[in-house]
Design a protein around this ligand. Sequence first.
Ligand code: XIL
Length: 400
Amino acid sequence: MEITRRDGLAMLAGLAVTGCQTANVGTATATTSTAAAGPLGSRSTPSGFVSLQSLAAAKGMRFGSCFAWGEPGADRGSFANPAYADLLRRECGLLVGENEMKWQSIRPGPTSFDFRRFDAMMAWADANALPVRGHNLLWHQPKWMPRWEEAYDFGARPAREAERLLVEHVTTVCQRYGTRIRSYDVVNEAVNPADGSLYQTALSRALGGPEPTIDLAFRTAKVAAPHAQLVYNDYMSWEPGNANHRAGVLKLLEGFRTRGVPVDALGVQSHIVTQGVDAQGAVRALEGDWRRFLDTVTAMGFALVITELDVRDNGLPGDVVARDTAVAAYTRGYLDVMLDYPSVRDIVAWGMTDRYSWIEGFEPRADGARRRPCPYDDRFAAKPMRDAIASALSAAPARR
Ligand code: XIL
């Protein structure tokens, strides 16, 4: 396998770092205090380390993660946190800003933009030759828009003002980053999972409804970033309880095709949820409906992107080894199905380590045990989930 420049740097970084690390042995996790294992875990020696990005690249894919802004030295999933930055450089070939491109981050008010944080992230990514996906140009839910937008006075001609605001927003962001960003989640989570309907925001009410708003976001992105892959991104998943959400997404995607809206791909967020200890049984039970959904999406000509992979370890005992084993098996089963679809070329994890995962705050475990949703643990040691991603990539058919 070809060793990339980044792999070479990663190996050097691995050799340079010493201190207490946790080593991962096979599918069981063992904690050791060994400098030799370095931050790469005990995957033989650091020089034998093969990154997830290398495994992905060998199949014509990319592996990446979200990352965040942070003050230098902050204990966050930030590029400014040396431990996290090392992990990103070692494992990733693609990055996504976790929050810093959202309206809430870059639109302090209707007439202002604040790109300071995202610019700093882009500068770091560029300096490390890491491509970045854009997330997102419109999170189509009132609770994720800035407060001022929901209270905004759209004036005497609301449709016109709403259109102006949205076009200005999408154009300003796309033009600022130009060809440095080649894939955008143009619209995020527009479908209400309860009944499959589309959310309304103050913006969409003023503009004349959710469809024209969403369509305009894509049409504007197509003009402002004609080079970019344009993605509709949502969290409809394969677990029970998602049927209405999936149906709503299919309806939206069909509408895109009927109306000639320029949408290239469905972003499958992949915040997956374990269904108990029998991961293989769960995969077998879920696979059929999920494949029917993906088949329908791809038959309409949409590519698929895994945009936010992480795992909620539900229905599993607190015991770490048992949990990690089940999470890994479930991840492997899920990725095997997803990677069977040749249009899946990008896999983005929603964070590389449990330490900074949003899942802990979003949905803590009932037993109070800390969530373990990511490929690395809270001490930056590789977990069985990391092996599961690696083995799924190794087993995946090569993309042409
Ligand atoms: C999450 C971030 O991880 C959190 O830090 C933030 O508080 C809320 O948003 N779907 C998405 C992501 O599209 O933007 C969300 O990210 C997770 C769910």
